[in-house]
Write a protein that binds this ligand. Structure first.
Ligand code: OGA
Ligand code: NI
Length: 367
């Protein structure tokens, strides 16, 4: 026979014996599919000024880096492309990468298998992975459910791919597709990082070796932005910079990414099958601020489901990142950022609401 605690005993008041349950939020997918949804809950409403920031009508084209030329055995072609890469990093922090050699079918496959993942029953997705930033698989909504004061119109799954490969068990084809995709993308990223190293006047392998990229952290971050009935009030992802060195992103043909350039937001409309690349906070630190990590955000729309797959590449988790000694001088150009382990930076960023470059600001030296 089941025993029940007598009324009034501490056992009948679970709040006294257990910590309060963690906030468990509905996913945006479930919310957007609720029948007759015509307005969004107020917790998804961003302050009006967010949307009143000007969107640029610039005809300036976003830089394009031809990967084939970057890896060319012609020294002239290579050095010209490295110069272009340096200018793209300095002026935009953001560029497209064409001729990268990753087959179109792999790019389509990873988007489709992530779509299938998000179609899994809610309870099943909720049971996957953990919550801590260093947990190899994390499923969730917004940015950090436990600290966000305003919620982002976005569900995500983040999966460590390297130095240890992880995969959810469902959909069954996820493992194979992710393994193949992340391997190919990692080769492209490491080559671009070699080019960035050279463009800074450092040895080609300086970043690779100093930050131990052989064991560098690589994640697949799949973002789902369901249609939103009031897209002008919500945000898929608010302005932020990425941690790590280089993120390579693709999307399902649906736009929404905006990049800040000369104080204005620029809509990004990528060349089909190219990668959208952006440099992260750790290139800014390593370059002592010569290259700045770029602020970007994702806006949402009321018609189409948008899926993006971002693949961030960072240092090894226990690598300590600081400005390259060759790029600092004690007089005139002192180190602008303190040294910090990459792992600790990740924990720092995850502990606060996503807010511009506030995390990087915390390790900037008062110079
Ligand atoms: C990210 C990101 C933008 C997008 O995942 O860090 O900036 O367009 N995504 O989904
Ligand atoms: Ni980002």
């Amino acid at each position: 026979m089941a025993t029940t605690a007598p009324t009034g005993s501490p056992l009948s008041q679970p709040s006294l014996t257990h910590p309060p349950p963690q906030r468990k939020l509905t996913t945006v997918k479930a919310l957007s599919e609720s029948p007759g949804l015509s307005s969004i809950p107020s917790i998804y409403t961003f302050p009006k000024q967010t949307y009143h920031e000007p969107v640029s009508d610039t005809k300036e084209t976003i830089p394009t880096i031809d990967f084939c030329l970057l890896t060319s055995s012609h020294p002239d072609q290579r050095s010209k492309t490295i110069r272009e890469l340096g200018i793209a990093c300095r002026d935009w922090g953001f560029f497209m990468v064409t001729n990268h050699g990753v087959p179109e079918r792999m790019m389509k496959a990873i988007i489709e298998v992530c779509r299938e993942f998000f179609e899994l029953p809610e309870e099943e997705k909720r049971g996957i992975g953990g919550k801590h930033v260093l947990h190899p698989i994390r499923f969730g909504t917004s940015f950090n459910e436990s600290v966000d004061e305003i919620l982002c119109w976005r569900d995500y799954v983040k999966i460590f791919q390297h130095p240890e490969f992880h995969s959810p068990n469902k959909p069954p084809s996820f493992r194979e597709i992710a393994l193949e995709y992340s391997k190919r993308v990692r080769l492209v990223a490491r080559e671009i990082i070699r080019g960035i190293s050279e463009s800074l006047g450092l040895e080609k392998d300086y970043i690779d070796e100093t930050l131990n990229l052989e064991n560098g952290l690589q994640l697949i971050v799949a973002n789902l932005y369901p249609p939103c009935p009031q897209p002008e009030l919500a945000m898929g992802l608010p302005p932020h910079s990425d941690h790590g060195l280089l993120t390579l992103l693709i999307q399902n043909q649906i736009g929404g990414l905006q990049v800040q350039h000369k104080g204005k937001w620029v809509n990004i409309d990528p060349i089909p099958n190219s990668f959208l690349a952006n440099i992260g906070d750790h290139i800014e630190i390593l370059s002592n601020g010569k290259y700045k990590s770029v602020l970007h955000r994702a806006v949402v729309n009321n018609r189409d489901v948008r899926i993006s797959i971002a693949v961030p590449h960072g240092p090894a988790l226990d690598a300590v990142v600081s400005p390259a000694s060759k790029l600092v001088e004690n007089v005139g150009n002192p180190p602008a950022y303190g040294a910090m382990k990459y792992k600790e930076y990740l924990e720092l960023q995850q502990g606060t609401m996503l807010n511009g470059k506030s995390c990087l600001e915390r390790i900037r030296n008062g110079v």
